[in-house]
Design a protein around this ligand. Structure first.
Ligand code: SF4
Length: 397
């Protein structure tokens, strides 16, 4: 199946959070225009090289970084370039990551006019002390204000996810469905923060649910070695870090509260009301191919995985790619198992997948209640938080 999704990386942020290992930069705003120009050159270069044109696009994701720091004119330039090469379907899901403090109601409305129809909003915590320690550059009040705006701009009715084959080939501002409202939005939270108690987590969950977000992501903080957090909390037994039993309680509490609010878990860390699942992310989790452009972007086209440079100056100088490699059959199967089992829909086994799985281990994981099902296998509830270990065991021969 040809790729029908595009990831665009926009690396600029208001502040650099001390736990962040992404290719993202604060205080580099003077480079934004050069970056957009370089991004457009990369799109031209890759599309010419692949000899592709008018590929139908069903999802676009502007990630970062903080894409909401950009102006309407900057995003318009990117849309214009994309329209030159791709046919963006009327029904395309077009997501932009946004952080409060970089976007207000007026800017959101400009983005919606451009075609953005889904916002992924990084609230992360509603505990003022923890939020400050995360160094996000926004306050709880900023989050509350922005969540209220999103709530008002999102349709309440259930989204139908139609496969609309109609696409428009002319008119920049008409490349996507646009009725002045968002089709969906997501609120992101992080748990497992240093010093976080179960009570503080519960308060953040309850505050988040007050805005009825149709989609929530809740990720466990991952301490990355080469970050300021890594230097302080690099030892996972650091006394301020919640330990495994606490993390399990936090995860279970979130799952319980989301479920009660009508949000179903469809991936280990993602919950949605029916029809509000992130279509773009499902492309990754189902092992499908996708285009990716921008600093540090990772794409997957024609069985080839490629990774762009993380060096901003290199990227601005037009040196885009760092490495690429063809994915072999075994690797493809292992990825399918790894990603497919993260999804609540599970993994449908066929002859090829069965051959890639350690069958003795599979039986053992079924006997111990970590995996359920026969031809369609799924992780059980208790396996969700130890999924990496369970999945690794399955693939190990
Ligand atoms: S806002 Fe996001 S991308 Fe930017 S520094 Fe913070 S965590 Fe990283």
């Amino acid at each position: 199946m040809p790729a029908s999704s595009i990831y665009i990386h926009l690396p600029f942020c208001k502040t650099k959070c001390p736990y962040c290992d992404f290719a993202s930069f604060a205080k580099e705003d003077d480079k934004r225009q050069r970056y957009i120009d370089a991004l457009c050159s990369e799109i031209d270069q890759r599309m010419l090289q692949w000899d592709l044109r008018d590929v139908e696009i069903k999802t676009i994701f502007f990630g970062g970084g903080t894409p909401s720091v950009h102006s309407r004119a900057e995003l318009e330039q990117i849309f214009s370039k994309l329209k030159q090469w791709f046919k963006i379907l009327n029904s395309a899901e077009i997501t932009l990551e946004a952080n409060p403090g970089t976007i207000d109601r007026a800017k959101l409305e400009q983005f919606i006019e451009l075609g953005i129809n889904r916002i992924s909003f990084g609230a992360q915590s509603f505990d003022p002390d923890l939020l400050e320690k995360l160094g996000r550059g926004h306050s709880v009040e900023d989050s509350i204000r922005f969540a209220s705006v999103l709530n008002r701009h999102c349709k309440e009715e259930r989204r139908s996810n139609p496969v609309d084959q109609q696409s428009l080939s002319t008119g920049l501002l008409h490349c996507v469905r646009n009725d002045g409202r968002l089709a969906s939005w997501s609120l992101d939270l992080i748990y497992g923060l240093p010093g976080q108690s179960l009570e503080s987590w519960q308060q953040s969950l309850e505050q988040a649910l007050e805005f009825s977000p149709p989609h929530i992501s809740a990720y466990c903080l991952s301490i990355e070695a080469n970050t300021p957090y890594g230097k302080i909390y690099g030892d996972s037994s650091h006394q301020d870090l919640p330990q495994e039993t606490k993390l399990i309680e936090m995860y279970e509490l979130a799952n319980e509260k989301f479920k009660a609010a009508g949000l179903e878990r469809y991936e280990i860390s993602n919950w949605a009301k029916p029809g509000h699942e992130a279509r773009h992310n499902l492309v990754y989790w189902r092992g499908q191919e996708y285009f990716a452009f921008g600093l540090s972007a990772h794409g997957y086209i024609d069985s080839l995985r490629y990774a762009n440079t993380r060096e901003l100056e290199q990227y601005l100088a037009g040196i885009f790619e760092q490495e690429s490699s063809k994915i072999g059959t075994q690797e493809k199967l292992e990825e399918k198992i790894l990603l497919g089992l993260r999804l609540a829909e599970g993994l449908s086994l066929n002859q090829e997948l069965n051959a890639a799985i350690n069958q003795a281990k599979l039986q053992e994981l079924k006997n111990t209640g970590f995996i359920e099902g026969q031809n369609l296998i799924k992780l059980s509830d208790k396996a969700q938080l130890v999924s990496n270990r369970v999945i690794a065991e399955l693939c190990y021969h």
